[in-house]
Design a protein around this ligand. Structure first.
Ligand code: F6P
Length: 753
């Protein structure tokens, strides 16, 4: 309705002016047509009567002249008629002619206007109605004998004029209303058009001459999710606070929504790790973690404190007396507060319950979840330690606290007990399993209850939100408000919403990287490859959920099926060692190494090796160099909440080159729909996608990359954090209003008793 008014009112005003001008034009046209018609009739009548009048005038037969005039006045339009002599004396006249219009009047008129104006026409009024008066000369043998004056009724013309005016106004009114409705509908549907354009891009079949067809579904994204995303964006655009999300807008949201100047983040992994090298020098590392990639720019924008496990070998040497260190080095816009864990605590809480238990439980990647009571005990203890650290760090009774990930499921409830008015936003960075699978965890109720201490619990996808709510419904006594997407427990509401995580945009690492051509040159030289080599890149922690084995097998299958790739296609896998104390991770490390060696043996020729396994921690500048050098980046996760490497690849490619092959089991596949989306288990499909990517025309690469860059720039990490803060702000506002209301009711109730 609002859009109807916004568009309709100016349109209606414009059309009203047009209608006014049109009615004047229509009235004038109607009048001139009618006048011409009247004149024609008068001339016809006059010429018909001419002969008789001339002879009767010559013969002085006044009665016969009158008879002719009465005959003329029978015409429905001729009201009256008069005949004058050439000297303007009345010969005969029908009734109703006023003296001022008779022969005397004509005489006077002739003196005023000149004889040449007779015969002629004139508009006048008779009996209050409009008339047309015409004067016709009566001649015989070329000699002027007199004048015939005809008075014609013009009231019909006036009636037609009014009818034409009304009709024009009515037509314009209908057009105006229809045009307003149509314009509003067009405006509303412009987003639908965008969706269709999206679909068109999605429907771009990978051109792969010589490649076997994988059917229509090959490399296709999840349309339903795209539609949802487009709708969300449409709603945001329609809201008053439009515009792209930026650090400034995030700060503003924090101030407006929560009256906060800074935040406290709790995340197990610290954004800057101080490591002492073999030479004794201390280096600052950026850990390989999607959580850190996303949260660090948010922290720089909002300032405050990040509470984390101090895991670096030089971490203790770099903190102050309060275990704090200011970061980023050189910029120092916020603080890390380090919490120290004993080896036992780390083993039980981090390796045990968090990673052998919850990580395996939440990912569909065929690793058996391990739940041990001793790990659980450590998890509870460490969660207590971190909850206390948070409460020590916050200022005031209603701070804004962002709790991150599966390491801290119990912390929200623990904080809530200490700080009932805190705004606690918890984000679960990994998938949430369905209720049945969650049932494997012996402490599922405690985990669920712990999370419900939050003001907002966020997941990457709606599916994960649904799974969570379904689990709460099954395992806890609560009230679920499906309309508000929230859980009400003990009178307190916890929102459950999806917030797809992202990266900073513009991306500082991409901005700092050398031009793409330079990166390519450097990387090919580093790997000992020819300038025309085809380069594939993968960047991951060495984790079984990332599908690294499936990725290498897809490369092998591509080399088998497409012989032209042999000797030319090299896949460089940057693999950061991770959670190496866990047997499953140690086994993965060995398996990946053995697999790479086997494929290399099989396809090696001269110095050519198809797989380059770079098993080490890589700092962001090196990672971005590889991403910018690649022809194809393959993200093959078997299950992944989001996967930010996919988005970093898009951020890295400001040259609009390179193709992303992306697992359908990542959250990112719901947004990056112009990637070649594959099932990583299907080696036929994945190998065909790799071959397709390697021979994709530059124009198509650019088209796909442009669309993905537009998407990530819009859905950046500031939007992710901003939307959560805004939702939490609204919830806080609602809580305050209902507190005031119940206080008011108590006062009223107290007065009565
Ligand atoms: O979101 C990505 C993520 O998997 C986090 O859940 C996890 O904390 C991080 O990356 C890396 O894992 P870790 O901290 O165990 O090295």
């Amino acid at each position: 309705m609002r859009s109807l008014l916004r568009v309709g009112v100016p349109l209606l005003l414009g059309l009203a002016v047009l209608a006014w001008m049109a009615t004047i034009a229509v009235a004038e046209t109607t009048r001139s047509w009618f006048t011409r018609d009247v004149e024609l009739r008068a001339r016809l009548a006059a010429s018909g009567a001419q002969e008789g009048l001339a002879s009767h005038l010559a013969a002085g037969e006044q009665r016969k002249v009158l008879k002719i005039l009465e005959g003329l006045a029978q015409d429905e339009r001729i009201m009256a008629a008069e005949v004058c002599t050439a000297a303007f004396l009345t010969v005969a006249r029908t009734q109703r002619i006023p003296a001022s219009f008779g022969c005397e009047g004509l005489e006077a008129r002739r003196h005023g206007a000149g004889a040449r104006d007779l015969p002629g026409e004139l508009d006048a009024e008779l009996d209050g109605g409009p008339v047309h008066l015409s004067v016709h000369a009566i001649r015989a043998d070329g000699e002027l004998r007199g004048y015939l004056v005809l008075f014609q009724d013009m009231s019909v013309a006036a009636r037609r004029e009014t009818a034409a005016k009304h009709f024009t106004i009515a037509v314009f009114a209908v057009v105006a209303v229809l045009a307003s409705i149509l314009t509003a509908l067009v405006r509303r549907d412009s987003w639908r058009t965008w969706t269709q354009e999206f679909r068109r891009v999605l429907a771009l079949a990978p051109r792969s001459p010589g490649l076997p067809s994988n059917g229509p579904a090959a490399f296709s994204p999840v349309l339903q999710d795209v539609r949802q995303l487009v709708e969300d964006l449409a709603k945001e655009r329609a809201s008053a606070s439009g515009g792209r999300w930026s650090p400034e807008r995030l700060q503003q949201t924090l101030r407006d929504a929560l009256h906060g100047e800074s935040v406290v983040i709790l995340g197990n992994r610290e954004p800057y790790v101080h490591e002492r090298g073999a030479d004794g020098a201390v280096r600052v590392l950026h850990p390989a973690s999607g959580l850190v990639t996303a949260l660090e720019p948010v922290m720089r924008a909002c300032s405050g404190t990040w509470i984390a496990h101090g895991s670096g070998s030089a971490d203790r040497d770099t903190v102050d007396a309060c275990d704090r260190v200011r970061v980023p080095p050189g910029e120092e816009s916020y603080a890390i507060r380090r919490v120290w864990l004993s080896k036992e605590e780390e083993r039980g809480y981090y390796y045990g319950f968090s990673n052998e238990g919850l990580w395996a439980l939440c990912h569909i990647a065929h690793a058996r979840p391990e739940f041990r009571a001793s790990d659980w005990q450590q998890y509870v203890t460490v969660n207590e330690r971190f909850a206390k650290a948070v409460c020590d760090e916050v200022k005031g009774p209603d701070p804004v606290i962002l709790v991150q990930d599966y390491h801290f499921a119990l912390v929200p409830r623990m904080i809530r007990e200490r700080l009932p008015r805190a705004t606690i936003i918890t984000f679960w960075h990994i998938p949430w399993p369905n209720a049945e699978r969650l049932g494997i965890c012996p402490w599922r109720r405690e985990v669920l209850d712990g999370l419900l201490g939050s003001s907002v619990v966020g997941f990457h996808t709606q599916q994960h939100c649904n799974n969570f709510v379904e689990a709460v419904d099954r395992y806890l006594e609560t009230r679920i408000d499906r309309e508000r997407q929230s859980v009400v427990q003990g009178g307190r509401e916890c929102l459950v919403r999806n917030y797809p995580i992202s990266i900073e945009w513009p991306n500082r690492w991409a901005a700092a990287a050398p031009p793409a051509a330079e990166c390519r040159h450097a990387v090919l030289a580093e790997l000992g490859l020819d300038a025309d080599a085809l380069l594939g890149v993968g960047v991951d922690r060495l984790d079984y959920t990332k599908g690294i084995e499936e990725r290498l097998l897809a490369v092998e299958r591509a080399l088998e099926r497409f012989p032209h790739l042999r000797g030319r296609f090299t896949f460089a896998q940057l693999a950061a060692p991770s959670r190496t104390l866990i047997p499953r991770y140690a086994a993965l490390n060995d398996a990946v190494e053995a697999l790479a060696a086997r494929i290399n043996r099989r396809f090696a020729s001269g110095t050519y090796r198809p797989i380059v396994l770079l098993r080490a921690h890589h700092e962001p500048p090196a990672i971005f160099r590889y991403l910018r050098a690649a022809d194809v980046c393959y993200v093959s996760s078997l299950h992944d909440g989001m996967n930010l490497v996919a988005k970093e690849f898009v951020a890295a490619r400001d040259d609009e080159r390179g193709v992303l092959v992306l697992s359908q089991f990542t959250g990112a596949a719901r947004e990056l729909t112009e990637a070649l989306v594959v099932n990583p288990y299907d080696l036929e499909e994945a190998s065909a996608a790799l071959a397709t990517a390697l021979q994709m025309p530059a124009a198509e690469q650019a088209e796909r990359m442009r669309a993905m860059r537009a998407m990530v720039s819009e859905l950046n990490v500031y939007r992710w954090a901003g939307r959560m803060l805004a939702d939490a702000g609204r919830l806080r506002q609602r809580g305050r209003l209902s507190d005031r209301l119940s206080l008011g009711l108590r006062v009223v109730g107290g007065g009565r008793s």
